[in-house]
Design a binder for this molecule. Structure first.
Ligand code: A3D
Length: 311
């Protein structure tokens, strides 16, 4: 069986870590694409990563390029092209610059890898994945946005930190848009099957929900220049792995809803099954009245940003 090929569009902070994790998990050969001005940087990163392999004991090939021809034959594409936030910025403030970049990337992916499974990470996420879908014309199962996987990982982390229990045993999900209106579904969060409401006081859970909503901004403020990259990279790799290995993991992702949860025509964070068919299914469940109203609020925020794309 030949190796899979993973193309990373954008070889910055997240891109570099995606390459490392994809190679270490032996998902396939990795091509890191970036703009001509960053060609030396991605070629250098690729070479550095190649030289890590003797210690790691894997044989994936990693290369850097600024020629779209080199992504041909890729099974999975992960897009981080664009600019990240600086302190004080909202993700929506990135729309002006990142929209043009995503449109250009979508045209090139359509031309060179029309059959690849595409994971979008660039912000503002829900609008960027929408723009990619509209510009490329790819079927909905072939396009997904990474956000809920990261937001849920943050929620899980804060619950584990509060309870002192293993993060591995914390299960929970964050639905909705990747912004301040995201919806951590505390009612369904458990540690080893025990509802968190039995383990953590209401006051502390409220604080954890709030910290989750602003977890990205907390890191942007600490960094002073740029946004989180280790956990975002790992979150997208989990999605890519589920596709490549047909694991059928259930991961909160920005998937195109066509009636699910009463949402029509928008990419937004919902529990998504990812397997060899790409986005195979969205798992619907009954929401409480409060959750429904929170989901409506986050949907309105997503609609507003999407309308600003003019697509
Ligand atoms: P950064 O380290 O700046 O890397 C971005 C890369 O994109 C740079 O190397 C650029 O040269 C490259 N680039 C710019 N224009 C193009 C183009 N037209 N084609 C190809 N490459 C291009 O940023 P980063 O890796 O830290 O973040 C990348 C994106 O992910 C930003 O938009 C972030 O806001 C976003 N992000 C999203 C999440 C989510 O959970 C959705 C989390 C963290 C960051």
């Amino acid at each position: 069986m030949s190796r899979k090929k993973i193309a990373l569009i954008g070889g910055g902070q997240i891109g570099g870590n995606l390459a490392l994790l994809a190679a270490q998990k032996e998902l396939g050969d990795v091509v890191i694409f970036d703009i001509p001005q960053a060609k030396g940087m991605v070629k250098g990163k690729a070479l550095d990563l190649m030289q890590l392999r003797p210690h790691d004991g894997h044989d994936s090939n990693i290369s850097g390029t600024s020629d779209y021809k080199d992504i041909e034959g890729a099974d999975v594409i992960i897009i981080t092209a664009g600019i990240p936030r600086k302190p004080g910025m909202k993700r929506e403030d990135l729309l002006g610059i990142n929209l043009g970049i995503i449109k250009d990337v979508a045209e090139n992916i359509k031309k060179h890898t029309p059959n690849a499974f595409v994971i979008v990470i660039s912000n503002p996420l829900d609008a960027m994945v929408y723009a990619f879908h509209k510009t490329s014309g790819f079927p909905k199962n072939q396009v997904v946005g990474m956000a809920g996987a990261l937001d849920s990982a943050r929620f899980r982390t804060f619950i584990a930190m509060e309870t002192g229990l293993s993060v591995q045993d914390v299960t929970c999900m964050v639905l909705g848009g990747h912004g301040d209106t995201m919806v951590p579904v505390t009612r369904l969060a458990t540690v080893g099957g025990v509802p968190v409401e039995n383990l953590i006081s209401k006051e502390k859970l409220d604080a954890i929900e709030e910290r989750t909503r602003f977890a990205g901004g907390e890191i942007v403020k600490l960094f002073g220049n740029g946004s989180a990259f280790y956990a975002p990279a790992q979150s997208a790799i989990e999605m890519a792995e589920s596709y490549i290995r047909d694991k059928k993991r259930v991961i909160p992702c920005a998937a195109l809803c066509e009636g699910e949860f009463g949402i029509e025509g928008y990419f937004i964070g919902v529990p998504t099954v990812i397997g060899s068919g790409g986005v195979e299914r969205i798992l619907e469940f009954d929401l409480s009245d409060d959750e429904k109203s929170e989901l409506n609020k986050t949907l309105e925020a997503v609609k507003k940003t999407v309308s600003e794309t003019g697509l």
